[in-house]
Write a protein of this length. Structure first.
Length: 301
């Protein structure tokens, strides 16, 4: 895959915070869970050209680098199943042996490029969709204001869907729509195309690390390098979870998601390529000060 990067906004202002840099920059591979959803256990699945078994639950396996990951999945014509198969390559700092556990106070910037190519019908109204993008699994544990025990995983991410849609949401993040697949919405045109190279960036600002208040914020940009359509979320805040934590929970695992289904009247083949992977500490508070004017301008519109 040819990588095209457009570093915008905060990238040029990065100031590294020592303790965070030592931890986030230790990420060196991917811990892959295939068939996290396995509604079609008979599919043929390859990850980086290595065939994967159909068993569930499927043990994780290691990719000891950040050179990229390709997931190819084939559903035979007439395959019977329910919803979709989901595969999750998560970041690791031990060569892919285990998933890295992010802490609430660790800010980071994540860059990657994606290409989703399938032979099933795409666009609005398609009978099935394939999906990819960034993915976060944030543990929410403790007791709520009423003393009730809270214990669940809050999933979310930056979604890239074969019908043209892209959005950010879940895991406590304020929702933002980058493109809306095929709907007559001039302010949010389709941003994902079959076989198009999509560049995406995502920055997490831990609570209290910006000039905009004590909560956590995120900022993301999605660009279709073929059509030239690009949209940025601007600063979006996180909401408190049920136990009062703001931002990602301690122990959050994160990385990428691929999710595939089948069009029953054809042999359905979907290839997801994820490349140009980079993760670095996010700009610190001092760096974010340079964005105050920009944020104010957005609010005045």
């Amino acid at each position: 895959m040819v990588c095209i990067r457009a570093f915008v906004g905060v990238a040029a202002l990065a100031i590294l915070a020592g303790s965070t840099a030592a931890q986030v920059t230790s990420i060196d591979g991917l811990n892959v869970r295939v068939r996290n959803f396995n509604d079609f256990p008979g599919s043929t699945l390859e990850v980086n050209n290595v065939a994967q078994p159909t068993m569930m639950p499927q043990p994780t396996f290691a990719i000891g680098n950040l050179n990229g990951v390709t997931v190819e999945e084939t559903f035979a014509q007439g395959t019977v199943g329910n919803f979709a198969n989901r595969h999750l390559p998560s970041f690791s700092n031990d060569g892919g042996a285990t998933a890295y556990q992010l802490q609430n106070n660790q800010s980071f910037r994540l860059d990657a490029c994606f290409r989703l190519t399938t032979n099933h019908t795409t666009g609005i109204g398609a009978p099935v969709n394939s999906e990819t993008g960034f993915w976060f699994e944030s543990p929410r544990t403790g007791r709520d204001a009423n003393g009730a025990l809270v214990n669940f995983v809050d999933e979310g991410g930056l979604w890239l869907i074969s019908n043209g849609t892209s959005f950010t949401g879940g895991s406590g993040m304020d929702f933002f729509l980058y493109g809306e697949g095929g709907f007559p919405n001039p302010g949010s045109p389709p941003i994902v195309g079959n076989g198009d190279l999509i560049n995406a960036t995502y920055t997490y600002y831990a609570p209290g690390t910006t000039n905009f208040g004590p909560t956590a914020f995120y900022e993301a940009t999605v660009t279709n390098t073929v059509t030239g359509v690009t949209r940025s979320s601007g600063f979006r805040q996180f909401f408190d979870d049920a136990v009062g934590m703001n931002g990602f929970g301690n122990g959050t695992t994160f990385g990428f998601r691929t999710q595939n289904s089948r069009q029953p009247n054809i042999e359905t083949v979907t290839v997801t390529e994820i490349d140009c992977i980079s993760i670095v500490p996010a700009p610190s508070t001092l760096a974010a000060l340079g964005l105050v004017g920009l944020l104010g301008a957005r609010r005045r519109r």
